[in-house]
Design a protein around this ligand. Structure first.
Ligand SMILES: Cc1ncc(COP(=O)(O)O)c(C=O)c1O
Length: 385
């Protein structure tokens, strides 16, 4: 569990490193874009794989009761939400799950509300399924991205679904009970179904606390499908395994029907081995990595405030992503990207791809050894100087 260790990820079929030429036009940028960590997965996960490899048979696999129970126990311990094992459906990722839910709970032409700037595959999920994208743009208030409820109330009158990102990527907002209650009230009043993407639920910093949307009331639960995964929490995104939860029997039937239609509900053997091992025994690793991430976040914010005051930073309540407000520079988005990529040699996510409200911003992934972060920040400072 040495997060200071530099692990060479190049040549490992790794998107973050091996795709740099394609994304940034050069191979030598320090990659701080796609949301995974430059850390090894917990030893308990690797050990579960080792054991299985020694067994040697890698055939068809099922989500058994032991793995279902591990998921329920994790959610109960982490988020104080009691989930019944039969509410869970496996999906090959949160994004495929969201796509299937859009198909299951809406019709072509229906309006789907998203809250940009937000995780951009949401836009494709709505558009590729021929639904209509409605932007309920978040606003920076009180040092965080907040919801424009007046606009949401108006938009909800015609919409069918709300695609909620909780906690929010890229801003790192953790929605409070008050905010969730207001969201639920609007969705109940206007008969919207809530797709709640809670993939970042475990990476929340004190004193913020993640509240699963479906846990706030039975009325909310009956119109919510929640997406979770061990992939961000334990850095095992390459295993392409996530799950959806809904307590409502009719919603379960419709979602499972969609899974059956596309036949993607089967398990990835290592996906569920990793998930179960991490949920059962990974807590000490998570505690350590959270401390490390918190130190990196504090360091980056202090460094930027002191040395690169042209950048305004939002302190994330959740996620290891920093949303950098560079609007003060007055650059076009392409010049802003060029400043980071060509001058600083640092590969961040372009804020514009997160939709309205993302212009003038960049997103920086801090889940790396502190020495990498220091080098990247120094290079950014030099470029700005
Ligand atoms: C909000 C959000 N949802 C979903 C995903 C990706 O989920 P998956 O890889 O399970 O499809 C990410 C990854 O960054 C994310 O930030």
């Amino acid at each position: 569990m040495n997060f200071d260790q530099q692990l060479d990820r190049t040549g490992t079929k790794c998107e973050k490193y091996d795709n740099r030429e394609l994304i940034f036009g050069r191979e030598d940028v320090i990659p701080m874009w796609v949301a995974d960590m430059d850390f090894a997965a917990p030893e308990v996960v690797i050990e579960a794989f080792r054991k299985r490899l020694e067994h040697g048979v890698l055939g068809y696999t099922m989500l058994d009761s032991s793995c279902r129970q591990a998921i329920c126990n994790w959610i109960s311990q982490q988020h104080d939400w009691n989930v019944s094992p039969d509410w869970i459906s496996l999906t090959p990722g949160v994004v495929p799950g969201v796509n299937l839910a859009i198909q299951a709970f809406s019709e072509p032409g229906d309006e789907v509300i998203v809250q940009p700037p937000v995780y951009y595959p949401f836009f494709a999920a709505v558009k590729n399924n021929n639904r209509k994208l409605i932007y309920n743009q978040l606003k920076i208030k009180h040092g965080r991205l907040e919801i424009d409820f007046e606009e949401l109330e108006r938009q909800a009158q015609k919409a069918r679904l709300l695609l909620l990102c909780s906690p929010h990527n890229p801003g790192g907002s953790v929605w409070t009970m008050q905010e969730l209650e207001r969201i639920a009230e609007i969705c109940i009043k206007n008969d919207l179904i809530i797709l709640s993407d809670e993939i970042h639920a475990d990476i929340v910093f004190n004193p913020a606390r993640h509240i699963p949307t479906a846990s706030i009331s039975s009325e909310t639960a009956s119109r919510t499908i929640t997406f979770m995964s061990a992939s961000k929490t334990f850095n095992i995104a390459g295993l392409s395994t996530a799950y959806a939860i809904t307590s409502d029997p009719d919603m379960q039937k419709r979602f499972k029907g969609e899974l059956a239609k596309t036949q993607v509900g089967y398990c990835n053997l290592f996906g569920i081995l990793g998930l179960e091992a991490a949920y059962r025994d990974g807590h000490p690793w998570l505690e350590k990595v959270m401390d490390y991430l918190k130190t990196n976040i504090d360091f980056a914010i202090d460094y930027i405030n002191q040395n690169i005051p042209e950048i305004k930073v939002l302190r994330p309540q959740a996620t290891y992503l920093l949303w950098l407000d560079c609007r003060q520079l007055g650059l076009s988005q392409s010049d802003l990207v060029s400043l980071f990529v060509d001058k600083a040699g640092v590969g961040l996510s372009n804020g514009e791809i997160f939709g309205p409200g993302g212009e003038g911003f960049m997103r920086m992934n801090l889940a790396c050894p502190k020495s990498t972060l220091e080098k990247a920040l120094q290079q950014i400072k030099l470029a700005f100087d």
